[in-house]
Design a protein around this ligand. Structure first.
Ligand code: S3P
Length: 438
């Protein structure tokens, strides 16, 4: 049984100071995957030492790759080459990590061994047909449970065929899964997305010298490339920085600088949305580090106003909506989100769970099929449940900055999946957060 952690946030307070949040989760996963398949030794800096990225790391160790334990974000991977993975002795347990399961399924269907991918209760209830169906079109032998969920049973095959596939939803995980499968398929694999999603797979493949062609919303690979080891510098995760971008905007007298934040344009929707709401965010020292744009972000208190969120920004801020709902609850007027049905299949149904918590805290919200309407107003104290979802737990912690009484958040142990230092960094800036083990 895992521990039960409850967060208690004392209301009010300001956020002030300068911090560097931990490394980007998406890039950390990919650094292990591609470093393992590369020829030579890859050194990673800024690796996210949190449960999700560690699930990927442990999976590759179980497939025979020597990888050091992360020490202050540094990891060394002894690449085994594109065809060097070995059959794992046991099912690969990917914990809570959807990225590990979806990307690994693509990478493993073309190996010369069979394997089973499992996960925790949340991951085992998430939809996997979005990857298994297109993989089957490529000739993969991959089976889900009857309802389309994990465990996934994969029988490796040498007979994968490239496909020309248009994604039914904007999903970087599905896109990446198919591109990784395409590295083992005959002919060209072409993936077209309905709207731009994070492109770390494409960029990092290029960084390892593996050719990926890109034309508009289409990315293409074939099996002819090889990966050559490289050094990777993972910037801070904008999805973790997001909690403080909102926190310092809504808390009185706040001034926070977030250093070395990844500014890949497929990830900066949170900044665009907050700026449309009137946030005071300065982008400083914009620079390029290892093929990814990076900047320091200074954010100060601002009077936010409600907006209609442009749908094109939704995939570019997909993980930031729990905390954006808190921003909307503190804004003057109405915020309308549409086109975000994907939020219902994240670590929990983030539309329903956030709406229930906001209602408990006295916020006027209306749930819709693909989004939410939030009328800004006052936030009361109360007790909410995170449903084991890290971003829900952290979002309600930030709500405490504007609450009129303490907020108690149940079930917060999963903060460790993406941001184990959250409590330490948040309290160093001024959030009054107490963590209780029950
Ligand atoms: C991720 C893609 C996103 C995101 C997830 C990480 C990735 O999922 O929600 O946290 O690393 O590719 P979808 O692409 O399925 O929306």
């Amino acid at each position: 049984m895992s521990k039960l952690i409850t967060f208690i946030i004392q209301p009010g307070h300001s956020l002030n100071g300068e911090i560097r949040v931990p490394g980007d989760k998406s890039m950390s996963h990919r650094s292990i995957m591609l470093g393992s398949l590369a020829e030579g030794v890859t050194h990673v800096k800024g690796f996210l030492n949190a449960e999700d990225a560690m699930s990927t790391l442990k999976a590759f160790r179980a497939m025979g790759v020597e990888i050091t334990d992360p020490v202050e974000g540094e990891v060394t991977i002894q690449g085994v080459g594109k065809h060097g993975l070995k059959a794992p002795k046991n099912p690969l347990d990917l914990g809570n990590s959807g990225t590990s399961m979806r990307l690994l399924s693509g990478l493993l269907v073309g190996q010369n061994f069979d394997c089973i991918l499992t996960g925790d209760e949340s991951l085992s209830s998430r939809p996997m047909r979005r990857v298994t169906e297109p993989l089957a079109l490529m000739g993969a032998n991959i089976k889900t449970q009857e309802d389309g969920s994990a465990p996934l049973h994969i029988k490796g095959t040498k007979n994968l065929q490239g496909i020309d596939y248009t994604l039914p939803m904007a999903s970087a995980q599905v896109k990446s899964c198919l591109l990784l499968a395409g590295m083992y398929a005959a002919g060209e694999t072409k993936v077209t997305e309905p709207a731009p999603t994070r492109d770390h797979t494409e960029r990092m493949l290029n960084g390892f010298g593996y050719p990926v062609k890109r034309e508009g919303c289409q990315a293409m690979v074939n099996s002819e490339g090889k990966l050559t080891a490289t050094n990777i510098d993972v910037p801070s995760d904008i999805s973790s920085a997001a909690f403080f971008l909102v926190g310092a905007s809504i808390a009185k007298n706040s001034d926070v600088t977030l250093c070395h934040v990844g500014m890949n344009p497929t990830r900066t929707g949170i900044i665009n949305i907050l700026q449309l709401m009137g946030a005071n965010i300065s982008i400083l020292n914009h620079r390029e580090v290892g093929g990814e744009p990076v900047a320091d972000l200074r954010v100060m208190t601002a009077a936010l106003k409600g907006i209609t969120i442009p749908e094109a920004l939704v995939p570019l801020a997909i993980d930031e909506f729990p905390v954006l709902f808190i921003a909307a609850a503190c804004a003057t007027g109405q915020t309308i989100l549409t086109g975000a049905e994907e939020l219902r299949v994240k670590e929990c149904d983030r539309i329903q769970v956030m709406a229930e918590g906001l209602e408990t805290l006295g916020v006027d919200v209306q749930v819709t099929v693909d989004g939410m309407i939030i009328n800004g107003g006052k936030i009361k104290g109360g007790e909410v449940v995170s449903h084991g979802d890290h971003r829900i737990a952290m979002a309600f912690s930030i709500a405490g900055l504007r609450a009129s009484a303490p907020i108690k958040i149940q079930d917060c142990v999963n903060v460790n999946t993406s941001f184990p230092e959250f409590r330490k960094l948040a309290t160093s800036l001024g959030l009054q957060l107490q963590s209780i083990e029950e």
